[in-house]
Ligand binder design. Structure first.
Ligand code: PLP
Length: 347
Protein backbone atom coordinates (compact mmCIF):
# COMPACT_ATOMS: atom_id res chain seq x y z
CA UNK A 1 0.00 0.00 0.00
CA UNK A 2 1.07 3.57 -0.63
CA UNK A 3 1.96 6.03 2.12
CA UNK A 4 -0.70 7.86 4.19
CA UNK A 5 -2.83 10.20 2.06
CA UNK A 6 -1.78 13.84 2.17
CA UNK A 7 -4.78 15.27 0.38
CA UNK A 8 -8.37 14.28 0.93
CA UNK A 9 -11.73 14.12 -0.82
CA UNK A 10 -13.87 15.45 2.03
CA UNK A 11 -14.24 18.99 0.75
CA UNK A 12 -12.82 21.46 -1.71
CA UNK A 13 -12.47 23.62 1.42
CA UNK A 14 -9.68 21.31 2.59
CA UNK A 15 -7.29 22.61 -0.09
CA UNK A 16 -4.85 25.43 0.49
CA UNK A 17 -4.52 28.71 -1.35
CA UNK A 18 -3.62 28.47 -5.04
CA UNK A 19 -0.34 30.11 -6.12
CA UNK A 20 -2.00 32.85 -8.20
CA UNK A 21 -4.11 34.05 -5.27
CA UNK A 22 -1.21 33.74 -2.85
CA UNK A 23 1.13 35.78 -5.07
CA UNK A 24 -1.43 38.57 -5.46
CA UNK A 25 -2.04 38.62 -1.71
CA UNK A 26 1.73 38.93 -1.11
CA UNK A 27 1.95 41.76 -3.64
CA UNK A 28 -0.94 43.56 -1.97
CA UNK A 29 0.90 43.32 1.33
CA UNK A 30 3.50 45.92 0.34
CA UNK A 31 3.09 49.20 2.21
CA UNK A 32 -0.13 50.90 3.24
CA UNK A 33 -3.39 51.06 1.31
CA UNK A 34 -6.70 52.82 1.79
CA UNK A 35 -9.18 50.68 3.78
CA UNK A 36 -12.81 49.53 3.37
CA UNK A 37 -12.57 48.86 -0.36
CA UNK A 38 -11.38 52.24 -1.57
CA UNK A 39 -8.07 50.78 -2.72
CA UNK A 40 -6.69 50.05 -6.21
CA UNK A 41 -6.80 46.26 -5.76
CA UNK A 42 -10.53 46.31 -5.13
CA UNK A 43 -11.09 48.62 -8.10
CA UNK A 44 -9.02 46.33 -10.31
CA UNK A 45 -10.80 43.17 -9.16
CA UNK A 46 -14.19 44.84 -9.73
CA UNK A 47 -13.18 45.87 -13.26
CA UNK A 48 -11.90 42.37 -14.04
CA UNK A 49 -15.26 40.98 -12.94
CA UNK A 50 -17.04 43.46 -15.24
CA UNK A 51 -14.80 42.33 -18.11
CA UNK A 52 -15.41 38.67 -17.41
CA UNK A 53 -19.18 39.08 -17.19
CA UNK A 54 -19.15 41.52 -20.13
CA UNK A 55 -21.47 43.93 -18.38
CA UNK A 56 -21.44 46.82 -15.96
CA UNK A 57 -22.36 44.75 -12.89
CA UNK A 58 -22.18 45.90 -9.26
CA UNK A 59 -19.83 43.77 -7.17
CA UNK A 60 -19.33 43.29 -3.44
CA UNK A 61 -16.56 41.21 -1.85
CA UNK A 62 -17.63 39.24 1.21
CA UNK A 63 -16.00 36.64 3.43
CA UNK A 64 -18.04 33.51 2.79
CA UNK A 65 -20.86 31.82 0.96
CA UNK A 66 -23.39 31.91 3.76
CA UNK A 67 -23.23 35.69 3.94
CA UNK A 68 -23.22 36.06 0.15
CA UNK A 69 -26.36 33.94 -0.14
CA UNK A 70 -28.15 35.39 2.87
CA UNK A 71 -27.47 39.04 2.17
CA UNK A 72 -28.22 38.77 -1.54
CA UNK A 73 -31.49 36.96 -0.86
CA UNK A 74 -32.37 39.53 1.79
CA UNK A 75 -31.88 42.27 -0.77
CA UNK A 76 -34.45 40.64 -3.07
CA UNK A 77 -37.19 40.13 -0.50
CA UNK A 78 -39.32 41.80 2.11
CA UNK A 79 -39.94 39.92 5.35
CA UNK A 80 -43.39 38.78 4.15
CA UNK A 81 -41.99 37.15 1.00
CA UNK A 82 -40.75 33.62 0.40
CA UNK A 83 -37.67 32.20 -1.30
CA UNK A 84 -38.02 29.04 -3.39
CA UNK A 85 -35.04 26.70 -3.46
CA UNK A 86 -34.25 23.03 -3.96
CA UNK A 87 -34.80 20.83 -0.94
CA UNK A 88 -31.06 19.93 -0.93
CA UNK A 89 -29.89 23.55 -1.22
CA UNK A 90 -27.15 24.96 0.97
CA UNK A 91 -29.38 27.94 1.82
CA UNK A 92 -31.88 25.50 3.29
CA UNK A 93 -29.75 22.90 5.00
CA UNK A 94 -26.30 24.34 5.67
CA UNK A 95 -26.69 27.98 6.62
CA UNK A 96 -28.30 27.70 10.02
CA UNK A 97 -31.30 29.79 8.98
CA UNK A 98 -29.12 32.75 7.94
CA UNK A 99 -31.23 33.62 4.86
CA UNK A 100 -34.36 33.86 7.02
CA UNK A 101 -32.44 35.73 9.72
CA UNK A 102 -30.91 38.37 7.43
CA UNK A 103 -34.18 38.76 5.52
CA UNK A 104 -36.03 39.34 8.78
CA UNK A 105 -38.14 36.21 8.62
CA UNK A 106 -38.62 35.62 4.89
CA UNK A 107 -39.72 32.00 4.58
CA UNK A 108 -37.67 29.49 2.61
CA UNK A 109 -39.89 27.04 0.70
CA UNK A 110 -38.47 23.78 -0.59
CA UNK A 111 -38.91 22.35 -4.05
CA UNK A 112 -38.13 18.83 -5.19
CA UNK A 113 -36.45 17.77 -8.42
CA UNK A 114 -34.16 15.01 -9.65
CA UNK A 115 -30.36 15.15 -9.35
CA UNK A 116 -30.36 18.23 -7.13
CA UNK A 117 -32.12 20.38 -9.74
CA UNK A 118 -35.43 22.18 -9.34
CA UNK A 119 -38.24 20.84 -11.49
CA UNK A 120 -39.81 23.93 -13.16
CA UNK A 121 -43.33 22.50 -12.74
CA UNK A 122 -42.83 22.59 -8.98
CA UNK A 123 -42.34 26.35 -9.05
CA UNK A 124 -45.78 26.83 -10.50
CA UNK A 125 -47.23 24.47 -7.91
CA UNK A 126 -45.46 26.24 -5.04
CA UNK A 127 -46.51 29.71 -6.15
CA UNK A 128 -50.12 28.74 -6.81
CA UNK A 129 -50.50 26.57 -3.74
CA UNK A 130 -51.67 29.55 -1.76
CA UNK A 131 -52.26 33.04 -3.05
CA UNK A 132 -54.18 34.38 -0.09
CA UNK A 133 -53.02 37.10 2.28
CA UNK A 134 -52.21 34.58 5.01
CA UNK A 135 -49.32 32.94 3.14
CA UNK A 136 -45.93 34.50 2.30
CA UNK A 137 -45.74 35.73 -1.27
CA UNK A 138 -43.12 34.01 -3.43
CA UNK A 139 -40.49 36.52 -4.49
CA UNK A 140 -37.16 34.83 -5.19
CA UNK A 141 -35.92 31.67 -6.82
CA UNK A 142 -32.55 30.45 -5.57
CA UNK A 143 -30.65 28.13 -7.91
CA UNK A 144 -27.42 26.35 -7.01
CA UNK A 145 -24.96 26.03 -9.90
CA UNK A 146 -23.20 23.56 -9.75
CA UNK A 147 -25.76 21.81 -7.53
CA UNK A 148 -25.23 20.26 -4.11
CA UNK A 149 -24.77 16.87 -5.77
CA UNK A 150 -22.32 18.05 -8.40
CA UNK A 151 -24.73 18.20 -11.31
CA UNK A 152 -25.03 21.23 -13.56
CA UNK A 153 -28.12 22.99 -14.94
CA UNK A 154 -27.82 23.23 -18.73
CA UNK A 155 -28.53 26.54 -20.48
CA UNK A 156 -31.85 25.12 -21.70
CA UNK A 157 -32.83 24.10 -18.18
CA UNK A 158 -31.96 27.57 -16.91
CA UNK A 159 -33.94 29.16 -19.73
CA UNK A 160 -37.01 27.18 -18.78
CA UNK A 161 -36.62 28.06 -15.10
CA UNK A 162 -36.12 31.74 -15.94
CA UNK A 163 -39.26 31.78 -18.05
CA UNK A 164 -41.32 30.37 -15.21
CA UNK A 165 -39.68 32.78 -12.76
CA UNK A 166 -40.42 35.73 -15.01
CA UNK A 167 -44.01 34.61 -15.39
CA UNK A 168 -44.47 34.65 -11.61
CA UNK A 169 -42.39 37.80 -11.09
CA UNK A 170 -39.68 35.97 -9.14
CA UNK A 171 -36.17 37.31 -9.01
CA UNK A 172 -33.37 34.81 -9.56
CA UNK A 173 -30.46 34.44 -7.18
CA UNK A 174 -27.74 31.94 -8.04
CA UNK A 175 -25.64 30.24 -5.38
CA UNK A 176 -22.47 29.90 -7.44
CA UNK A 177 -20.15 28.53 -4.79
CA UNK A 178 -18.93 26.32 -7.68
CA UNK A 179 -19.93 28.61 -10.55
CA UNK A 180 -16.44 28.22 -12.11
CA UNK A 181 -16.89 24.44 -12.25
CA UNK A 182 -20.23 24.89 -13.98
CA UNK A 183 -18.82 27.35 -16.54
CA UNK A 184 -16.05 24.98 -17.63
CA UNK A 185 -18.29 21.93 -17.43
CA UNK A 186 -20.72 23.45 -19.94
CA UNK A 187 -18.05 25.20 -22.00
CA UNK A 188 -20.03 28.45 -21.98
CA UNK A 189 -19.16 32.03 -21.05
CA UNK A 190 -19.83 33.52 -17.61
CA UNK A 191 -22.39 35.84 -19.16
CA UNK A 192 -24.27 32.91 -20.79
CA UNK A 193 -24.60 31.28 -17.41
CA UNK A 194 -25.58 34.37 -15.44
CA UNK A 195 -27.34 37.51 -16.64
CA UNK A 196 -28.13 36.17 -20.09
CA UNK A 197 -29.77 33.20 -18.37
CA UNK A 198 -31.94 35.57 -16.34
CA UNK A 199 -29.88 35.63 -13.13
CA UNK A 200 -30.37 38.88 -11.18
CA UNK A 201 -27.69 38.27 -8.58
CA UNK A 202 -24.89 35.72 -8.50
CA UNK A 203 -22.88 34.61 -5.47
CA UNK A 204 -19.63 33.86 -7.25
CA UNK A 205 -17.52 31.45 -5.20
CA UNK A 206 -13.81 31.90 -4.75
CA UNK A 207 -12.97 29.78 -1.70
CA UNK A 208 -13.60 26.42 -3.32
CA UNK A 209 -11.75 27.49 -6.43
CA UNK A 210 -8.48 28.29 -4.63
CA UNK A 211 -8.85 31.46 -2.55
CA UNK A 212 -8.13 31.47 1.16
CA UNK A 213 -11.44 33.15 1.78
CA UNK A 214 -13.97 35.13 -0.16
CA UNK A 215 -16.93 35.22 -2.50
CA UNK A 216 -18.27 38.05 -4.65
CA UNK A 217 -21.89 39.10 -4.79
CA UNK A 218 -22.47 40.19 -8.39
CA UNK A 219 -25.63 42.19 -9.15
CA UNK A 220 -26.63 42.28 -12.79
CA UNK A 221 -29.67 44.34 -11.96
CA UNK A 222 -28.29 47.57 -10.43
CA UNK A 223 -31.61 48.51 -8.82
CA UNK A 224 -31.35 45.45 -6.59
CA UNK A 225 -27.86 46.48 -5.43
CA UNK A 226 -29.17 49.70 -3.92
CA UNK A 227 -27.74 50.17 -0.40
CA UNK A 228 -26.23 46.67 -0.49
CA UNK A 229 -23.04 48.21 0.91
CA UNK A 230 -24.96 49.07 4.09
CA UNK A 231 -26.33 45.52 4.26
CA UNK A 232 -22.79 44.15 4.01
CA UNK A 233 -21.55 46.45 6.74
CA UNK A 234 -24.44 45.63 9.06
CA UNK A 235 -23.95 41.93 8.37
CA UNK A 236 -20.28 42.10 9.36
CA UNK A 237 -19.13 41.63 5.77
CA UNK A 238 -17.33 44.89 5.07
CA UNK A 239 -13.66 43.96 5.36
CA UNK A 240 -11.60 46.80 6.77
CA UNK A 241 -8.45 45.57 5.00
CA UNK A 242 -10.50 44.86 1.89
CA UNK A 243 -7.48 44.54 -0.36
CA UNK A 244 -6.76 41.13 1.15
CA UNK A 245 -10.17 39.92 -0.02
CA UNK A 246 -9.98 41.55 -3.45
CA UNK A 247 -6.31 41.13 -4.47
CA UNK A 248 -6.56 37.32 -4.60
CA UNK A 249 -9.43 37.73 -7.05
CA UNK A 250 -7.12 39.77 -9.27
CA UNK A 251 -4.64 36.90 -9.14
CA UNK A 252 -7.36 34.41 -10.06
CA UNK A 253 -9.09 36.40 -12.77
CA UNK A 254 -6.36 38.24 -14.64
CA UNK A 255 -4.97 35.28 -16.55
CA UNK A 256 -7.78 32.75 -16.29
CA UNK A 257 -6.48 30.76 -13.29
CA UNK A 258 -10.06 30.44 -12.01
CA UNK A 259 -11.03 28.51 -15.15
CA UNK A 260 -7.87 26.37 -15.17
CA UNK A 261 -8.38 25.34 -11.54
CA UNK A 262 -12.04 24.52 -12.12
CA UNK A 263 -11.21 22.51 -15.24
CA UNK A 264 -8.58 20.62 -13.30
CA UNK A 265 -10.82 19.76 -10.36
CA UNK A 266 -13.60 18.68 -12.76
CA UNK A 267 -11.13 16.45 -14.62
CA UNK A 268 -9.99 14.88 -11.36
CA UNK A 269 -13.60 14.08 -10.47
CA UNK A 270 -14.08 12.39 -13.86
CA UNK A 271 -10.92 10.37 -13.30
CA UNK A 272 -12.13 9.37 -9.86
CA UNK A 273 -15.51 8.32 -11.22
CA UNK A 274 -13.82 6.21 -13.89
CA UNK A 275 -11.52 4.68 -11.30
CA UNK A 276 -14.27 3.51 -8.94
CA UNK A 277 -17.51 3.16 -10.88
CA UNK A 278 -17.03 -0.49 -11.88
CA UNK A 279 -15.83 -1.70 -8.50
CA UNK A 280 -18.09 -4.31 -6.86
CA UNK A 281 -20.74 -2.70 -4.65
CA UNK A 282 -20.19 0.86 -5.90
CA UNK A 283 -23.01 2.90 -7.35
CA UNK A 284 -22.71 6.42 -8.76
CA UNK A 285 -26.22 7.87 -8.57
CA UNK A 286 -25.70 11.24 -10.27
CA UNK A 287 -23.88 12.23 -13.44
CA UNK A 288 -20.44 13.63 -12.62
CA UNK A 289 -20.53 17.11 -14.14
CA UNK A 290 -18.33 19.19 -11.87
CA UNK A 291 -15.77 18.49 -9.14
CA UNK A 292 -17.91 16.14 -7.02
CA UNK A 293 -18.45 12.41 -7.19
CA UNK A 294 -21.31 11.00 -5.14
CA UNK A 295 -20.93 7.28 -4.55
CA UNK A 296 -22.78 4.58 -2.68
CA UNK A 297 -20.00 2.67 -0.96
CA UNK A 298 -20.64 -0.38 1.27
CA UNK A 299 -20.23 0.54 4.95
CA UNK A 300 -17.33 -1.89 5.67
CA UNK A 301 -15.34 -0.32 2.82
CA UNK A 302 -16.08 3.19 4.11
CA UNK A 303 -14.83 2.11 7.52
CA UNK A 304 -11.67 0.58 6.03
CA UNK A 305 -10.96 3.67 3.94
CA UNK A 306 -11.37 5.93 6.96
CA UNK A 307 -9.03 3.71 8.96
CA UNK A 308 -6.56 3.88 6.11
CA UNK A 309 -6.53 7.67 6.62
CA UNK A 310 -8.79 8.88 3.79
CA UNK A 311 -11.18 11.60 4.82
CA UNK A 312 -14.52 12.02 3.07
CA UNK A 313 -18.08 12.68 4.18
CA UNK A 314 -20.64 9.94 4.34
CA UNK A 315 -24.38 10.36 4.68
CA UNK A 316 -23.89 14.12 4.36
CA UNK A 317 -27.15 15.96 5.02
CA UNK A 318 -28.78 12.63 5.82
CA UNK A 319 -28.23 11.38 2.24
CA UNK A 320 -27.26 7.84 1.45
CA UNK A 321 -24.13 8.60 -0.56
CA UNK A 322 -20.55 9.42 0.28
CA UNK A 323 -19.35 12.71 -1.17
CA UNK A 324 -15.95 12.82 -2.82
CA UNK A 325 -14.81 16.33 -3.70
CA UNK A 326 -11.83 17.21 -5.87
CA UNK A 327 -9.91 20.45 -5.55
CA UNK A 328 -7.60 22.65 -7.59
CA UNK A 329 -4.64 20.78 -6.10
CA UNK A 330 -5.94 17.19 -6.27
CA UNK A 331 -3.41 15.17 -8.27
CA UNK A 332 -3.98 12.17 -10.57
CA UNK A 333 -1.83 10.22 -8.09
CA UNK A 334 -4.21 11.12 -5.23
CA UNK A 335 -7.14 9.89 -7.28
CA UNK A 336 -5.42 6.68 -8.33
CA UNK A 337 -4.28 5.95 -4.76
CA UNK A 338 -7.84 6.40 -3.47
CA UNK A 339 -9.28 4.17 -6.19
CA UNK A 340 -6.62 1.54 -5.64
CA UNK A 341 -7.22 1.44 -1.87
CA UNK A 342 -10.96 1.19 -2.41
CA UNK A 343 -10.46 -1.61 -4.94
CA UNK A 344 -8.32 -3.48 -2.44
CA UNK A 345 -10.98 -3.21 0.29
CA UNK A 346 -13.83 -4.23 -2.00
CA UNK A 347 -12.26 -7.30 -3.52
C1 PLP B 1 -23.50 25.05 -2.52
C2 PLP B 1 -22.77 25.86 -1.50
N1 PLP B 1 -23.11 27.14 -1.31
C3 PLP B 1 -22.44 27.92 -0.46
C4 PLP B 1 -21.38 27.43 0.27
C5 PLP B 1 -20.59 28.38 1.11
O1 PLP B 1 -20.60 28.19 2.43
P1 PLP B 1 -19.63 28.90 3.48
O2 PLP B 1 -20.47 29.85 4.24
O3 PLP B 1 -19.12 27.79 4.29
O4 PLP B 1 -18.54 29.63 2.72
C6 PLP B 1 -21.03 26.09 0.16
C7 PLP B 1 -19.95 25.52 1.00
O5 PLP B 1 -19.90 24.39 1.34
C8 PLP B 1 -21.73 25.28 -0.75
O6 PLP B 1 -21.39 23.99 -0.93
Amino acid sequence: MSEQPRRHFASDNYAGICPEAFAAMAEANAGHEVSYGNDPWTAKAANLLRDIFETNCEVFFVFNGTSANSLSLASLCQSYHSILCHEMAHVEGSECGAPEFFANGTKVLLLPGPAGKIDPNCIQRAVNKRTDIHYPKARALSLTQATEVGTVYSLDELKELAEVARHFDLRIQMDGARFANAVVSLGVTPKDLSWQAGVDVLCFGGTKNGLAVGEVVVFFNPDLAREFDYRCKQGGQLASKMRFLSAPWVGMLQDGAWLRHAAHSNAMAKRLEQGIRDLPGIEIPYPVQSNAVFARIPDPAIEAMHQRGWRFYTHIGGWEESRLMCSWDTTPEDVDAFASDLRAFLS
